[in-house]
Design a protein around this ligand. Structure first.
Ligand code: PLP
Length: 381
């Protein structure tokens, strides 16, 4: 490749990054001929996941969305049940509520860490208790790899015995108060989609301290087969299990995760150092006790001081071969959910209107990041 091409090569937002043992582990599976949704590599991946997160039980599945669906099933969420969920999230963190015929209510974020606001939650639960519309579960999203305030969320939910599901899809390698994302939830789900901090091309995990829930999830994820020689089914199941082949990639990626988090945190710091001094620019705040994985660096543009909008900035960056994205469009603004109730405080709306996600992949070189920063400076000022 010529230098000229190199200088202008396309920079992706968060591309997959291999340097570990993916190929060696894949080869091991191919040689073993375990090309199935069971096998030693899948078991090893789950064991490694438990070691890393300290969450004792888990089941690897085909996606984060499937994992969330299984979490709702394991908790017995069914038609007509209420489930509350962060409005600042991705579609896959909500759609399983509708798969179950349950009713979502969207809850806004806290200004201090952008995760589901425990104060808003507490007030809304007290009101719902009076109206007899309490949710069976609350799904809290560890947004952009920042863990929510599990202690405060638990304090709000405990009086009503409401289950807490953490959507930690974006939060592999993130910690809060020394514990891994999802550790303090009743059930946690994770995603290994291609754009996440570690990937299996597509995949997910459901994890919990409760063995029964994970056993039930595993059973439902493999067509709900009864333990009979013939195929016996007493209820409906799904084909959601991760394949033994794909688990090989997950194992290799997990071995690299700690290092990848460190790289993404460095990328975040450099953006902050170079751009954070410009009037009207802020970055996602790291909460006290929170160790973000910095999956994506999110930058906020104050419209009173910065002329260009995140939308136009994304388009201008694209012209320069740089991929950037607006912050997640809040679910209460999505036409598909127009009929559902939202409890808002304006935070998610503001973040969507003013936020932009910058290229944050762990394979991003310093030269590439300098190119991004220089381009941003020229477009912003
Ligand atoms: C990626 C993501 C999901 C869905 O995960 P998939 O593996 O793509 O199904 C769910 N919730 C959030 C917050 C995500 O970022």
């Amino acid at each position: 490749m010529s230098t000229e091409q190199n200088e202008n090569e396309f920079i992706f937002l968060s591309p997959p990054h291999q340097t570990g043992k993916e190929l060696a582990y894949l080869q091991e599976v191919l040689e073993s001929n375990y090309l199935a949704p069971v096998g030693p590599m899948l078991n090893a991946f789950e064991a490694d996941f438990t070691t890393y997160t300290d969450i004792p039980h888990c089941a690897a599945v085909s996606s984060g969305t499937a994992a969330l669906h299984l979490a709702l099933l394991a908790l017995g969420i069914t038609k007509g049940d209420h489930v509350w969920v962060s409005t600042l999230t991705f579609m896959g963190g909500v759609s399983p509520i509708l798969y179950q015929g349950a009713i979502p209510t969207f809850i806004d974020s806290s200004k201090t860490d952008w995760t589901l606001c425990p104060i808003l939650l507490k007030e809304a639960l007290a009101e719902a208790a009076e109206n007899g519309t309490l949710p069976k579960a609350v799904i809290v999203t560890d947004i952009y790899g920042q863990c929510c305030d599990y202690a405060a969320i638990r304090a709000a939910c405990e009086p009503y015995n409401i289950a807490i599901i953490s959507d930690s899809a974006e939060a592999m390698g993130a910690f809060r108060d020394g514990k891994h994302a999802g550790y303090h939830a009743d059930i946690a789900i994770f995603s290994f989609n291609g754009n996440k901090i570690m990937t299996t091309s597509g995949g997910g995990m459901i994890a919990s301290h409760n063995k029964e829930w994970i056993e039930r999830a595993r059973y439902l994820a493999t067509q709900a087969k009864q333990p009979e020689l013939h195929y016996e089914h007493t209820e409906l199941g799904y084909n959601y299990r991760m394949s033994n082949l794909i688990a090989a990639i997950g194992r290799a990626q997990l071995e690299q995760l700690t290092e990848r988090v460190a790289i993404r945190r460095d990328i975040f710091s450099r953006y902050q150092e170079e751009l954070g001094t410009i009037d009207g620019i802020r970055f996602i705040p790291e909460a006290e006790g929170s160790q973000m994985n910095c999956w994506l660096t999110v930058m906020l543009l104050d419209p009173a001081q910065i002329a260009i909008t995140p939308h136009d900035l994304c388009l201008a960056l694209k012209e320069k071969n740089i991929e950037a994205r607006p912050v997640w469009k809040p679910m209460h603004q999505q036409p598909v959910f127009a009929e559902y109730h939202a409890i808002t405080n304006g935070t998610a709306d503001t973040l969507f209107a003013t936020g932009i996600c910058l290229p944050s992949g762990s394979s991003l070189t310093k030269a590439q990041q300098e190119r991004i920063i220089t381009t941003l400076k020229s477009l912003i000022q």
